[in-house]
Design a protein around this ligand. Structure first.
Ligand SMILES: C=Cc1c2[nH]c(c1C)Cc1[nH]c(c(CCC(=O)O)c1C)Cc1[nH]c(c(C)c1CCC(=O)O)Cc1[nH]c(c(C)c1C=C)C2
Length: 473
């Protein structure tokens, strides 16, 4: 029996690929998914009514790259093809991404032409950043913060107004702490191996590309032909984990809700005991942990304090989400929304214009994101939903010039929801996996704590982890 800890997208995807593996290899491995709460889907949660959808976690998925195409293959397999709502590259939600600087909203360039023009708040056309890169001397490093790297190669304005807000949008984190390898591994390697980004890029143009071949589903091919930028799911993103969970149950995966594991004991390389909160002990041959690294740290603390210490070194941040529904239509211009660079020292991280990104919404739907890396600093230890709502309203009235109050709203505090891949993250994860291997522990690590925080990354890391675990072949 294989046990899967956690019923978020990481755990569900792990069960899905283990099931596929069973079918492909004619195995009959029993699969048991254990979820501590009464819901499968983790942070992906949608509140739907006939007029609006409030997304409490992620809202869009990227179709591109091997990880994006892989998720589309899974979507088709789950029968979700007709439920997807693509946003094409020329849609305002794809083109108009803004930042709020010096009390003004500025649209970021979205095409090559824009790179040659001067766009506020930048003092020069962005193309000048490449000259900066060519001029910079070589600096040998193992890792660096993404902010330092971009400031060094492309200048402070790009670091402050493009990269730092983008890091807020992706992981609600501080670019001065996040590893450059999180988003720019290839660029960093070009700098380290070839002395600069432009030099590395020129050399790579003459090298043949190699990568994993992925057989594309019709849906994945369609996304390429129609040039999708991102997509959502009609009726809310929650449809994805809910459908995936149903698929697993129909295929005889045991999904146990309200089952909180409190301790893990490794007996030998093929036996592991999972003790739950009611004092019951489950025996498995292998366990896949998709729960946050800090939760796993608690479970292994007694038997493997060193492993627990490494796991606890992966920090997480809390995000406040304020969803707002206004009956009036088009209160904002058509755009994806805006981000506030940390240098502006605002109480909010950004706002998504959901009614522009998602179909079938009457009126105006906005989501204000607050806190992240600065949650405690801005809101203290006793942040209340009322406090977050008041701040969100005050900011959107000021920035978007909205006069009315929302007809409906929802506030969620997502406690420790996004892992932070701080400097040294990848080496730390390597050390954790090395410890597991050296001690022959029958456990594999999946989920957002280790190999990528996005939806596509989480799905893909479940697939690659299972492929690498030779015990099932
Ligand atoms: C709970 C809040 C979340 C914030 N980021 C994420 C969540 C769940 C996760 C996330 N969002 C994006 C990515 C990148 C890769 C992907 O899968 O699409 C991840 C992992 C994309 C994204 N979401 C927002 C922005 C501005 C971006 C950046 C890229 C883009 O322009 O598409 C909206 C947004 N998310 C967060 C904030 C603070 C925010 C602000 C408007 C945090």
């Amino acid at each position: 029996m294989v046990a899967i800890l956690g019923g978020g997208l990481g755990g569900l995807s792990t069960a899905y690929y283990l099931l596929k593996n069973n079918v492909n290899n004619n195995n009959n491995l029993r699969l048991l998914l254990l979820e501590a709460t009464n819901y499968c889907g983790g942070w992906i949660k949608s509140i739907r009514t006939k007029d609006y959808i409030f997304e409490q976690g992620p809202r869009t998925i990227r179709p591109k790259g091997i990880t994006g195409l892989n998720t589309l293959n899974m979507m088709q397999d789950l029968g979700l093809s007709e439920h997807l709502a693509p946003i094409s590259a020329d849609h305002p939600a794809a083109k108009n991404r803004m930042i709020y600087v010096n009390q003004n909203l500025h649209v970021l360039p979205s095409n090559l032409k824009g790179v040659f023009q001067k766009n506020l708040p930048f003092s020069k056309p962005l193309i000048y950043a490449l000259f900066n890169d060519i001029k910079q001397p070589h600096k040998e490093l193992q890792d660096d913060s993404i902010y330092n790297f971009v400031e060094r190669r492309f200048g402070k304005e790009i670091a402050d107004y493009a990269i730092a807000p983008m890091i807020c949008g992706i992981c609600a984190g501080d670019a001065k702490e996040i590893s450059v390898k999180f988003l720019m591994k290839t660029l960093f390697e070009w700098e380290q191996n070839h002395g600069g980004v432009v030099k590395g890029m020129m050399r790579s143009l003459f090298k043949s590309k190699s990568g994993e071949e992925l057989q594309l589903s019709d849906l994945a091919k369609k996304s390429q032909e129609e040039k999708w930028n991102v997509y959502t799911i009609k009726g809310g993103l929650e449809t994805f984990p809910v459908t995936l969970c149903e698929f697993l149950k129909q295929n005889e995966v045991d999904v146990n809700l309200n089952t909180r594991i409190e301790e893990i004991e490794f007996v030998d390389s093929g036996t592991v005991l999972l003790k739950n909160s009611t004092g019951e002990t489950l025996k498995a041959n292998h366990v896949y942990s998709s729960i946050p690294a800090y939760s796993l740290a608690n479970l292994v603390q007694k038997q493997h304090p060193e492993l627990s210490k490494y796991l606890n070194k992966i920090p997480f941040v809390t995000v406040g989400i304020v969803n707002l529904y206004f009956a009036a239509d088009k209160l904002v211009s058509p755009a994806f929304g805006f981000l506030v660079p940390p240098i502006e020292n605002s109480p909010i991280l950004g706002v998504v214009f959901d009614s522009c990104c998602m179909p079938d919404q009457n009126g105006t739907v906005l989501t204000v994101m607050l806190g992240g890396r600065w949650f405690k600093e801005k809101f203290g230890d006793d942040a209340t939903e009322k406090k977050l709502f008041d701040i969100a309203m005050q900011e959107i009235k000021k920035i978007l010039n909205i006069k009315e109050n929302p007809s409906v709203y929802n506030v969620s505090i997502l406690n420790k929801c996004i892992p932070q891949y701080v400097i040294g993250h990848y080496e730390r994860v390597e050390k954790i996996r090395q410890y597991i291997q050296n001690n022959n522990l029958p456990i594999s690590l999946v989920g957002s704590s280790y190999d990528g925080v996005g939806i596509n990354d989480v799905v893909y890391s479940a697939k690659t982890q299972i492929k690498g675990d030779c015990i099932y072949k």
